[in-house]
Design a protein around this ligand. Structure first.
Ligand SMILES: [Fe+2]
Length: 463
């Protein structure tokens, strides 16, 4: 695909949100410092990168076509690639030469005309690596398989025809069993459907879960024996949609609860725990501790799918939080872990998902009118200490991953990796931070030869 200059007016189409159109491959990248020789694998970051935009002023950041940016490390060298998720919808639009799918903010207009809006599965939100395959994910559709290292889209993947519901962008893989727990939600009944995908890649258990209303549920958690669903009141409201408002509103009167279901359990076997008015986009981890389920996530006081200019942005920004849910007594306790730092995109050593971890990493919000990140945090649950890796006032980061060293000896024996953008010239570097010298300077800063727009989630695939 070649460069395609466009005039943009939406905030999420300008500055470093402005999409790129060139697909680039580059090796022998300029490095400050030294790429560790015991780092081998792919750092991947996905995000929305719209090819066609129906309405420049009413573009929603969730709508953009998926694009993956990768930095591959091997033998102390790095190479970079970026490529669109070549979705069915994007292909149709490129063949037509213009947009077909209206996007979230135009759904109301389409319904008002008496038509059903078509939504595009862009695969733009997050990635998961399972059964040796990489998938690009969007919660309104089916996973797209993407090959490594070249990032070519293989196609939609329905797990040998065993999966027939939408697939969250945040499934959880149990590294001990190879099972992947996933769910899909819908504005129409059944509102929530849960599946376990076996290590061999087939949905072997599918169960509808009863919740009172259709909500946007962005993440889930697992422990060794349970799967955990946050039923929080970002509720679908079609009356609002027809009035030209957002179709997803904050309705705390619908209640806030967390459901804990045995991994292969039924709808009847779920334990529901009422919690305080809360929202969470992203789970850090969960595990079992005796009769209790420990759930850690970035919790905010309320939820919305966009920062509202008329409210204190901190109401919608997460802070690292812990709930303990007692399966025997039904008791709930709730505790703020990190009071002073607003953060999101919490990550841990991936092999510990569902099992007790000591270290959590997260991107720290720069608290201003929008959601940008200016530092990465490392939180030690054993000591309560937090370390901060600052990038400085002229830089913005995003989700970082933890990449274990080859032959790692302990939980934090590895590297924290993220993209860092300069707010003035929009240049981008990939930073490698020694996780055991977290507040020290990056061990390597790799110059990315083309611009990397702000995006959503990152992944690490060893190899
Ligand atoms: Fe997410």
């Amino acid at each position: 695909m070649s460069a395609r200059p466009v005039d943009y007016t939406s905030r999420y189409l300008s500055g470093n949100y402005e999409p790129v159109f060139d697909e680039v491959e580059a090796a022998d990248l300029e490095v400050t410092g030294e790429i560790p020789s015991d780092l081998s694998g792919h750092f991947l970051r996905i995000g929305p990168n719209p090819y066609f935009v129906p309405d420049m002023d009413r573009y929603h950041i969730f709508d953009g076509d998926g694009m993956i940016h990768s930095v591959t490390f091997s033998e102390g060298q790095a190479s970079y690639r970026n490529k669109f998720i070549d979705s069915k919808g994007l292909r149709e639009e490129r063949e037509k030469g213009e947009w077909i799918y209206p996007g979230l903010n135009l759904f109301g207009d389409v319904i008002a005309r008496g038509e059903m809006p078509k939504s595009k599965n862009t695969g733009n939100t997050a990635m998961v690596f399972h059964q040796g395959k990489l998938f690009g994910l969007m919660e309104g559709g089916t996973p797209y398989e993407v090959s490594l290292p070249d990032l070519t889209t293989v196609g939609e993947h329905d797990f040998d025809g065993t999966l027939d519901h939408n697939f969250t962008a945040h499934p959880k893989v149990d590294a001990k069993t190879g099972e992947m727990m996933t769910f899909g939600y819908s504005p129409f009944p059944p509102y929530l459907t849960y599946s376990v995908v076996s290590a061999e890649g087939r949905a072997v258990h599918t169960q509808e879960i009863t919740i009172p209303k259709g909500i946007m549920m962005h993440d889930c958690a697992i422990t060794a024996h349970y799967t955990i669903f946050p039923d929080l009141p970002l509720v679908f409201d079609f009356d609002k949609l027809l009035k030209g408002e957002s179709m997803i509103g904050w309705e705390p009167e619908n209640g806030c609860r967390i459901g804990v279901v045995p991994r292969f359990g039924s709808d009847e076997s779920i334990h529901w725990f009422e919690i305080e008015e809360s929202f969470l986009f992203h789970v850090a981890n969960a595990w079992e501790d005796g009769d209790e389920i420990v759930l850690q996530a970035c919790r905010s006081d309320r939820g919305a799918i966009e920062m509202s200019a008329d409210r204190d942005v901190r109401e919608q920004m997460g802070r690292l939080h812990e709930w303990r849910l007692n399966l025997k007594t039904g008791a709930v306790s709730s505790k703020l872990l990190l009071a002073n730092d607003y953060c999101d995109f919490p990550r841990i050593q991936d092999d510990l998902v569902g099992y007790q971890n000591r270290f959590t990493y997260a991107a720290r919000f720069r608290v201003n009118e929008g959601a940008t990140f200016d530092a990465e945090l490392k939180y030690d649950h054993q000591t309560g200490a937090v370390q901060v890796h600052e990038f400085g006032p002229d830089k913005e980061s995003g989700e970082a991953v933890f990449a274990p060293k080859r032959n790692a000896q302990s939980e934090d024996d590895g590297y924290v990796i993220c993209f860092v953008n300069d707010i003035h010239d929009r240049s981008c570097e990939c930073h490698i931070i020694d996780a055991q010298n977290f507040d020290g300077p990056a061990v390597a800063r790799i110059k990315i030869p083309s611009r990397v727009p702000h995006g959503f989630h990152a992944s690490w695939v060893p190899g």
